[in-house]
Ligand binder design. Structure first.
Ligand SMILES: *Cc1c(COP(=O)(O)O)cnc(C)c1O
Length: 418
């Protein structure tokens, strides 16, 4: 016998945004009021109190000397990046565009790093002129940086990004292990490090990033131990005194049924054991973790409005004014193998109507002429009418900037930080 599917959780539990008098609140404001303030749907809203709370949660559990960087590609909205500048110890950028966003904030340049395979010469020149730390990803890039440093008369700080021989197990996206376009294979690193050291650049250390979106603390700790061991080995072989060791992040957030929030405390305790050992060998060492999704993902909502409600052969479709062109990830087309629903809820236009508590199984679809434009498939939701708001949770990371906004030519959504 199967259990009644209606008894199963719809999705990972959502508690970050309070419900007051039956109305979802964001930044202390009822969502229907916020929609009026924004003036149009669809829109993204990010809650700065939740950003603060998330960083405070990490700081409470991770060693104080660990540097926490924000990886801007998760959400490059300028106002949000400005807010993050007050909260974290550094930024990681992955393009010239993100570099410009980071340089507009008060973040000290020495705490901005530039990662990414295939940085152009123009981007490298801008980064060197700005004075940010460069994560070198290949031999060609090492040569280009050395030549540009001479041309510009600067002595840039660089770290070498390593493609490790291991990967973060059970992570959503694997970035290490085997053949990869990211970084330099660990086997080739010592020779390149020694070469770089003779080129008028400051070789500050290493970056080892081996995966994303893991909810498994044990797997993260294992990857961190492997990263530390590899870093010590490579530094030893290259005769390098480490001043920066960036071990990536990998911390995930829960989206789907059965997924649970990552436990940070054991990871903090594990790091607290490692840091003194590393410092004993490399006294000037700054260990950096850089993360995107974990810092901002749960602080954002995507809000659209029901513009049609229709039935087709017994199924109910809510057609909303937003869709995959704004939120590709929620449609299941950004790295998912099997489509699963993001957490979604309905906020009625007239709150008093929600009293009935009736639910129905519906699909929420966008306005695009493609069957891929689905925000929720066959999901049990409070009964909704035209004009109601549809809220997609867990939308603060890899949302708007990871979506094909030009597809079908609809207007871009607003983004607000409250
Ligand atoms: C994308 C990226 C990150 C952030 O990954 P999240 O899964 O969002 O935390 C960190 N470091 C590097 C090098 C990246 O490319």
């Amino acid at each position: 016998m199967h259990a009644d599917p209606r008894q199963k959780p719809l999705h990972a539990e959502q508690t970050a945004f309070p419900i007051v008098d039956g109305m979802l609140h964001v930044g202390g404001m009822p969502l229907d009021r916020l929609a009026l303030r924004v003036g149009a749907t669809p829109f993204y809203v990010y809650d700065r109190a939740l950003l603060r709370a998330r960083v405070a949660h990490l700081r409470a559990h991770l060693p104080a000397e660990l540097a926490l960087h924000y990886s801007i590609k998760a959400n490059p909205m300028p106002a949000l990046v400005q807010a993050m500048a007050q909260l974290v110890d550094g930024f990681d950028v992955a393009s010239g565009g993100e570099l410009a966003t980071a340089l507009d904030t008060p973040m000290p340049v020495q705490h901005i790093s530039f990662t990414g395979p295939g940085k152009s010469l123009a981007e490298l020149r801008r980064a060197l002129a700005a004075g940010v730390m460069l994560h070198v990803e290949s031999e060609r890039e090492a040569e280009a940086v050395a030549a540009l440093a001479q041309e510009l008369g600067v002595r840039p700080g660089v770290t070498l990004r390593i493609n490790p021989p291991f990967e973060l197990k059970s992570s959503g996206m694997r970035m290490g292990g085997g053949a990869k376009p990211f970084g330099v294979d660990a086997e080739a690193a010592p020779a390149l490090l020694r070469w770089l050291a003779g080129q008028g650049v400051q070789v500050a250390g290493l970056q080892i990033f081996c995966g994303s979106q893991s909810l498994d603390a044990q797997a993260i700790m294992a990857a961190q131990s492997s990263s530390f061991e590899l870093a010590l080995q490579l530094a030893g072989e290259a005769g390098l005194s480490l001043r920066v060791l960036n071990i990536g992040g990998g911390f995930g957030i829960p989206y789907f049924p059965g997924e649970r929030a990552l436990e940070i405390a054991p990871i903090g305790a594990h790091l607290a054991q490692w840091l003194p050992r590393l410092r004993a060998l490399h006294p000037q060492l700054r260990v950096v973790m850089e993360m995107g999704r974990y810092l901002v993902g749960e602080a954002g909502l995507y809000v659209s409005r029901v513009i049609d409600r229709k039935q087709s052969r017994g199924e109910v479709f809510l057609v909303v004014d937003g869709g995959l062109h704004h939120h590709l990830a929620a449609s299941g087309n950004f790295g998912q193998v099997i489509r699963k629903n993001y957490p979604v809820t309905i906020v009625p236009q007239q709150p008093q109507r929600s009293g009935g508590g009736t639910t129905e199984r519906v699909s929420v679809v966008g306005p695009l002429c493609t069957p891929l434009d689905v925000l929720a498939a066959q999901m049990l939701l409070p009964a909704a009418a035209v004009g109601d708001l549809v809220v997609v949770f867990q939308s603060g990371a890899y949302g708007l900037s990871a979506s094909p906004t030009a597809f079908l030519g609809h207007p871009a959504p607003a983004e607000v930080l409250v």
